[in-house]
Every structure is written in structure tokens, then in C-alpha cells.
Design a binder for this molecule. Structure first.
Ligand SMILES: Cc1ncc(COP(=O)(O)O)c(C=O)c1O
Ligand SMILES: N[C@@H](CCCC[NH3+])C(=O)O
Length: 437
């Protein structure tokens, strides 16, 4: 049994997180329920920050809030002194409502609308990560109209094939994101930005993908960007104030996953960046990174109540829970793997093998195939680990299933940070037939 963060078993033999009994949580808040181990999020945040401090490198660690965004989550990130990456008007609005300092917000996205850009300019955010020429022109004209100047990074695709699922690859040449670094697009973007009074070009950004275990891809991407920076320094006297290396650091979901510690990712990559910048005779820029999954992924656990069972003789046993692809679409979307235990007896011998089915009307709604598990009965609580990133964030109302609640636990206390949706909530945007609005 692999216990993450502050997880443990108490004297009743129940799984605890943040010194709170998960069975009590299930009873009090209902299931499905996302439970976040706040101490583990703090530990991860501090780990990233302190590594940069130890290396003597000026840095911004921007939490990629797409992994999990809520008012409380953003406030926690602010408490830990990180910056924030947002990718939509909704994430930006959440951040502002959470009281997050606009100057430490970086705005991403491959198709930001005029409304979103206007909103970001009005809030006075710190940086736009410009993805394409359409956005560059739009941003420029909106800045001119408002008589303001925007700080920008240019997002480049360095042509790196990281080893991860195809759907979460982003740095390869054939990608919808960013300016190609090698076919002249990035240079054209640089020229455009440098010749524009409304834009202040701070540097380059790249993000090669997600759930990556090796540092080689990050280092190769950095090498390609540094090579370009050296060429542009010579040709345009352009000095990059910032080099943003994106996020993508992998985490352990199952025993097959072998990530390195977050601090080691940073040490390895930054060591090489320093060396390469020195080799090219360039000043070390401020380094920005954007971890999402590695800050919150293993801090999240989903609690479900076990319901029906179906035996397919000589083939398998299906055990159904009261959630599924509506609260965790990752197995269906990426063939993602998870581990789980029965939370009321995490230490019990796992002598059975079952497959955990969701309750959606979809054969593909399977959370875990062939899970070794203790004897389970209806009413037992199943805890699925590592659902903290892209779990709630990608939750949906398929089959009109209401989205679960989210609680934060820390030092023996639990607090509700997102309420459970109700059936009434599901109707709040509906307009009855023949009624005009
Ligand atoms: C631009 C960018 N930055 C950061 C992230 C966060 O990635 P992860 O959650 O893998 O750290 C993503 C998502 O892959 C991204 O697209
Ligand atoms: N949502 C994806 C990762 C995409 C990250 C955003 N660029 C996942 O669950 O793994």
C-alpha cells in the first residue's frame, strides 16, 4: 500500500488524509468526494520554490491552474507565494475573485478572444503568452485602443517529441500551439513584437507536454531556445529577460510510474540551462516554470461508495461506484491508470481482482481495470488516489450527473471548498420550451 503525503491508517483501520478519517468525510459530505491533502500541496510548492532559491536562480513558479482551479485553491497558491498560469477568461476570473495579484498572472491559450484579452488588460495581468500571429495583432490593437502596453512571451514549439500520451504532447512540430522555432515563424513573431510600441517582449516560452518522467526533453527544448536566443542576440541585440520552460513534470499514479522528485527535475534542467547560457555568453534570464499536475495530482483522492457488482464467469467481476467518467474522464480519454483501496480497510489483504466501473451509460466508463482489492461489499468506500490534477477540472455533467464536492484537509480539519452540485443546479441554465428570455 503506497500512502501519499499525509495519508495513513488510523486506529479504526480507516484511511486518513491530513489526519482526517476518510470514512467520516464520506459520511459528512457524501460521495463521490474529492479530498485534497493541503500539506502535500504546500510541500510541493515549497519544494519547487526552495530549489530555485538554493540554486541562486531568480524564478517564478506559476501554478498551471487548469489542473484544478477554485477560489480556495488559488488562495492556497497565493499563500505559498507562487505565480499563476491561466488559460481562459473563466480561470482568470476565478483568480481575480480569489484575490490573486494580477501582476503574477500569466495568460495562456491558442485562441484568446478579444473579450478575454480585454478583461486581462483591464485587470492588468503580468504577462500574455502569445501563441500565434492572430493573437499578436489582436493584442496589439486592443493595447493601442486602451493606450496600454502588454508584457508578452512568445510561445514556441521547439520540435521535441516527449515520451507521453499523444493527446498531451505539445512541443512537437505538428502542434496547434505556438510559433515554430525552426521554420521562420518564431523569428517573424520576434520581429513583430520588437517593432511594436504596445508590446514589451520579455522572452520565450515552451511547454513540451505533460506527465513526462525524463529531463532530456526539457533540456533539449531549452537547448533549442537558447540557440535561437544566441542568434537573436547577435542579430537583433535582443536579450531575453525570461525563459519559461512550461510544466509537464510527471507524477506517480501507479507502481509502474517512476518520476523523479520535483526538485531533481528543476536541478537537472536548470543546471543545463545555466551551462548553455554561459557557453553562449548570455546572461541568465529569470526562469519561469508552470507545474500543474506535479503540484496537485497526488494530493487529491476521490472517495466513492461501492454499489452494484456484476460477475462475468471466468472473465471478470465489475464493481460499480457512484461516479465515473463524469468526475474522472482521464481513463477514458488517455487510458490513464490509477490505484485504489477500500478506505474502510486499506490494510486488508488484497486477495481479489475486480474492475471498477463508473455509473455512466457508456461501456468505456471504466475507472480501473483489474484492480487487486480486498473483499468489497456495497456501501464500502473506495479511495482512488492521485485524482488531484485534471479530475475536478475535467468533470462534466454527462448523463446529467451532478459534480461532486471538494474538501481540503489539513492538520485534522476538513473544509468544504466546492459544494456538491444539486439537481437544481443542473437546471439553472435551462429555458423551458416556448418561454422567451
Ligand atoms: C502551457 C502549459 N503550461 C503548463 C501546463 C501544465 O502541465 P502539467 O500539469 O503537466 O504540469 C500545461 C498542460 O500540459 C500547458 O499546456
Ligand atoms: N488534461 C491532461 C493534461 C493536459 C494538460 C494541459 N496542457 C491530463 O489529464 O493528463
Amino acid at each position: 500500500m503506497h500512502y501519499y503525503g499525509t495519508s495513513s491508517a488510523n486506529e479504526k483501520g480507516h484511511l486518513t488524509i491530513g489526519e482526517v478519517d476518510t470514512i467520516e468525510l464520506a459520511r459528512q459530505y457524501g460521495t463521490p468526494l474529492y479530498v485534497y491533502d493541503v500539506a502535500l500541496i504546500r510541500e510541493r510548492a515549497r519544494g519547487f520554490k526552495q530549489t530555485f532559491e538554493r540554486l541562486g536562480v531568480t524564478a517564478q513558479v506559476a501554478y498551471a491552474s487548469k489542473a484544478f482551479s477554485s477560489i480556495a485553491m488559488i488562495q492556497l497558491i497565493e499563500e505559498e507565494g507562487l505565480s499563476l498560469d491561466v488559460v481562459s477568461g473563466g480561470e482568470l476570473y476565478t483568480a481575480i475573485k480569489a484575490g490573486f495579484p494580477a501582476k503574477r498572472i500569466h495568460f495562456h491559450g491558442n485562441n484568446k478572444s478579444a473579450e478575454e484579452i480585454t478583461m486581462a488588460l483591464d485587470y492588468g495581468i503580468g504577462c500574455f503568452v502569445v501563441d500565434n500571429f492572430h493573437e499578436m495583432n489582436l493584442l496589439q490593437s486592443l493595447c493601442e485602443r486602451k493606450q496600454v502596453k502588454a508584457s508578452i512571451l512568445i510561445r514556441v514549439t521547439p520540435g521535441i517529441e516527449a515520451h507521453t500520451h499523444d493527446y498531451i504532447l505539445t512541443g512537437q512540430e505538428d502542434s496547434k500551439f505556438g510559433f515554430d522555432l525552426h521554420n521562420g515563424q518564431a523569428q517573424e513573431a520576434l520581429n513583430h513584437a520588437l517593432n511594436n510600441q504596445s508590446l514589451h517582449l520579455m522572452g520565450l516560452h515552451c511547454h513540451i507536454g505533460s506527465q513526462i518522467f525524463e529531463t532530456t526533453g526539457f533540456i533539449k527544448a531549452a537547448e533549442k531556445m537558447i540557440q535561437k536566443l544566441a542568434e537573436w542576440h547577435e542579430e537583433y541585440q535582443f536579450t531575453s529577460e525570461v525563459l519559461n520552460l512550461g510544466g509537464g513534470f510527471g507524477i506517480r499514479y501507479t507502481k509502474e510510474d517512476t518520476p523523479i522528485a520535483p526538485s531533481n527535475y528543476v536541478e537537472d534542467i536548470i543546471g543545463e540551462v545555466k551551462r548553455m547560457m554561459g557557453e553562449k555568453g548570455l546572461n541568465m534570464p529569470e526562469i519561469w516554470i508552470e507545474p500543474g499536475r506535479s503540484l496537485v495530482g497526488d494530493a487529491g483522492t476521490t472517495l466513492y461508495t461501492i454499489g452494484s457488482t456484476k460477475e462475468v464467469p471466468d472473465i471478470r467481476t465489475y464493481l460499480a461506484v457512484d461516479g465515473g467518467m463524469s468526475d474522472n474522464i482521464r481513463p477514458a480519454l488517455y487510458d490513464a491508470r490509477y490505484e485504489a483501496v477500500i478506505a474502510n480497510k486499506p490494510e486488508a489483504k488484497r486477495e481479489n481482482t475486480v474492475s471498477i466501473a463508473g455509473k455512466c451509460c457508456e461501456s468505456g466508463d471504466m475507472l480501473i481495470w483489474d484492480l487487486p482489492i480486498a473483499q468489497a461489499s456495497p456501501g464500502d468506500i473506495l479511495a482512488v488516489f492521485c485524482t488531484g490534477a485534471y479530475g475536478y477540472a475535467m468533470a462534466n455533467n454527462y448523463n446529467r450527473i451532478a459534480r461532486p464536492a471538494v474538501v481540503f484537509v489539513e492538520n485534522g480539519n476538513a473544509s468544504l471548498v466546492i459544494k456538491r452540485e444539486t439537481n437544481e443546479d443542473l437546471l439553472r441554465l435551462d429555458v423551458p420550451l416556448h418561454k422567451t428570455v
